[in-house]
Structures are given as structure tokens and as C-alpha cells.
Design a protein around this ligand. Sequence first.
Ligand code: ZN
Ligand code: ZN
Length: 291
Amino acid sequence: MSRTSNDAPPPLPEPLRVAVADSHTHLDLQAGTVEEGLAKAASVGVTTVVQVGCDVKGSRWAAETAAQYDNVHAAVALHPNEAPRIVLGDPDGWSRQGARAGGGEAALDEALAEIEALAALDHVKAVGETGLDYFRTGPEGMAAQERSFRAHIEIAKRQGKALVIHDREAHADVLRVLREEGAPERTVFHCYSGDAEMARECAAAGYYMSFAGTVTFKNAQPLRDALAVAPLELVLVETDAPYLTPAPYRGRPNAPYLIPLTVRAMAAVRGLDEDAMATALAANTARAFAY
Ligand SMILES: [Zn+2]
Ligand SMILES: [Zn+2]
């Protein structure tokens, strides 16, 4: 009943007239097959997706899936919450791999070497998601997290790929590490969560800001203020599916086919018509990931 309808996939939105890309998704965590997910997305004008890996296994899968489908591009990395688990070990962690390793700095170096090998592949367009997450990782994991973040920045630069940033409650430190290391030419803040002031700082540095379903949430006015001041040519759209389902379906399973809801909300914030918004988003995503 109410539980059943909460778990049910939201209905197909009205199709976009101008096709866009979902710049950040996790197909491996969504219900149904990859073919089904891509077909459903394409039926509403979401014709391209960036599949993001969060550990070695998931990154391998992302690279393989991108090799298999022309309209899937891969990003590979150890998630900011994964790196500390590899170093510290965590029997209850989300990654069996990290738990198995539990092997200190050497295990992290080994995993990073695997990420770099994947990052070199043609179908892999980005290194990420990497960055800092102070929401889920406590003080004991911060050193490993920052070391991993810095290593990913180096890999992105060595391999000439985009960098995809995960920044959760760590804005100042993420910006600081990027400044200290020197950001790659193309850097994307996935699920952008800063305010207008930070958006101006990102814009000055030339960082892309990718907006997720959170921009549709009632309590997200600071995020809409950030979108309003971001240069249009630096704005992307994403689902981060299966998470962050846009309104009015918040709490139900997310998937790339729901991108039109977020595009329409973004167009309203920018005072643009939907087609102009979609045209900009499509061009920006292709430029950010160089596909
Ligand atoms: Zn993330
Ligand atoms: Zn993600």
C-alpha cells in the first residue's frame, strides 16, 4: 500500500525535445537491466549517461559497460568513503573489497594502481567520483580520504581525463586541495551542494557544477540561488540515481529517465525555455567529458 507505492518507479515524464546526458549515474545500483534503463531514458530524450564506479570492482564494470554501449561513458575511482575502508578495514562496510583488503596504505596504493590502469582506457572519460565526504567518514578516516583524493587528481591529470568531485559537507577543504594540487583542465562538482558564493568561486576556477534532483527540493533555495549565478556554460544535470529522486517523487527509486523533471526545474530557475536549457546542458556535458 503506501510502502508499495513508495517503492514503485515514478511514471515516465514528458519527453525532452532536445536530448541531454545524465552526467552522473550508477546503473549497477538500479533495478532492471542496463538495456532497459538506457531504453527507458532514451525514450524521454536522455540519450547519454556517465556511469560512475565507486570501488575497483564497480570501476571495472563501468569501463566494461562503456566499452559495450556507445552512449555510456565511464568514470572510475575509489569513492571518498571507500578509500578509508581500504586502509582501515571495515567488516560491515558497503564494499566487500575494502573489507577483504583492510590492508593499510599498501592496499590503497594497489587499488589506486588499478584505477589508473582503467583510467587509461579510451571509454573511460573521467576519474571520479573522488573528493571528501565529512558526512559519512569520521576523523579516523580523513587522512586516507585526502591522500586518495590527491592521488585521483594526479591520475586525472596524467591520463588527461575529467575529474569528478564528490563533496559532502567539505566545501572549503575540497577547494583547498584542488588549489594545492592544481585541478585538471576539466573538473566537475557532481551533485553540486554549495551556495551562490561557492558557485562564484567554482566559476572563477572554471569548474563545472552538476545539479541533481536536490535542486527541485522545496528546502533547496540556496542551491537554486547557486544555479542562478553559475555561468550557463558550466552547468550540468545528473541523477546520481538510484539516489536523490527529483520532486514530486522524492524517496522513490531514481533512474536516468527522470532527468527531464530536473531539467525543467533548472530551466525555470534560469528563466530559460526548456529547449534552450537542454541544448546548453548537452553541449556542456560533451565538453566536460570530452566525448
Ligand atoms: Zn557522490
Ligand atoms: Zn554518485
